[in-house]
Design a protein around this ligand. Structure first.
Ligand SMILES: [Zn+2]
Length: 321
């Protein structure tokens, strides 16, 4: 028995010797897996957070999305055209033409909201309902003397793949539900002078729904500005039927994220205002828009009067054909 024990221990030591080489491949394999995981994680962070994929860079008109923020305006291949220019001989002489610039899609970017509010008080601020920075921006906007509007989310043609965000009015809603939702949206952004549509390429082409919405706005003494997100809009005849103070967007200012484009759109807005006596431009809280407006507002004011949206609505309503 005593002789056998050393033999066993020799066998064990042989086994240990055999096992030792197997440790290194395992360490190497573990290291390789670790490196692969680190590289994959770094690539994913780079892809999704730091460097947007090229196909998004190329599509300047793609809607911007972020967690917790509804998509901004959706522009299809061709932006719906503005209404025909109304030639007014009196606009060519005498008073300066009136221009309203509405910054809508407000409430989801605190810093840009603040920068927009710090622009000339002639700029009109249109706030999305239930937006996280609504209260803070509205307090500052009122202190600076800006006119405030409700930016009313409405169903676009692309719905449900594109959602207009909290408080949206949808074509599937019953008349009662539609009106209740509108009342809640108006209560959320109270003290507004008027309303313009956020998205809404489907809903603004529907007669019955627009008349229901306009009847509430009329009762409350508000105006409506059609953002014209579709050429098939029926807002104008619906507003005329109800004698609702009404105007339409003339120029989208920043649907291409390029400073030169934005400058040219502002020039187009001024040109159009000089022909009709007034014009409405709609812009959004984007950094380039803010920079260009900061640079161009003094030049713009040398040529036209920058006025709150309600002033242009009054002129446009008085001039309904
Ligand atoms: Zn919008």
């Amino acid at each position: 028995m005593a002789k056998r024990r050393p033999v066993k221990s020799k066998k064990k030591s042989r086994r240990r010797k055999k096992k030792k080489p197997a440790v290194f491949p395992r360490i190497i394999a573990s290291l390789v897996i670790l490196v692969v995981l680190v590289v994959a994680a770094a690539w994913l962070v780079n892809f999704f957070l730091l460097r947007r994929p090229l196909w998004l860079h190329d599509r300047a008109q793609a809607p911007e999305k972020a967690s917790g923020r509804p998509a901004y305006e959706v522009f299809t291949a061709k932006v719906p055209p503005p209404p025909p220019v109304i030639q007014r001989p009196s606009a060519r002489i005498g008073h300066k033409a009136k221009v309203a610039i509405i910054i809508d899609d407000m409430g989801y970017d605190s810093d840009l909201g603040r920068r927009m509010v710090n622009l000339d008080k002639g700029i009109t601020i249109s706030m999305l309902p239930f937006a996280p920075f609504k209260r803070k921006i509205l307090v500052a906007a009122r202190e600076h003397g800006h006119e405030i509007m409700l930016h009313l989310p409405m169903e676009p043609m692309e719905y449900p793949s594109v959602k207009p965000g909290p408080g949206a009015l949808l074509s599937s809603m019953s008349p009662d539900d539609l009106i209740e939702q509108l009342q809640r949206d108006l209560a959320d952004v109270n003290g507004v002078a008027g309303v313009n549509n956020h998205m809404g390429s489907r809903l603004t082409s529907m007669d019955a729904q627009m008349r229901q919405i306009f009847s509430i706005l009329k009762k409350r003494g508000l105006f409506f500005i059609d953002s014209r997100t579709t050429a098939d809009t029926v807002c104008r005849p619906s507003a005329q039927l109800l004698k609702l103070p009404f105007a339409q967007r003339d120029v989208f200012i920043d649907h291409v994220d390029d400073s030169m484009f934005i400058r040219n759109q502002l020039k187009l807005l001024v040109k159009r205002a000089k022909r009709q006596g007034y014009a409405i431009g709609i812009a959004h809280p984007h950094p380039k828009t803010c920079e260009v407006l900061e640079e161009m507002i003094p030049k713009l004011k040398a040529e036209v009067d920058l006025v709150p949206a309600s002033r242009v609505v009054a002129l446009a309503s008085a001039h309904q054909p």
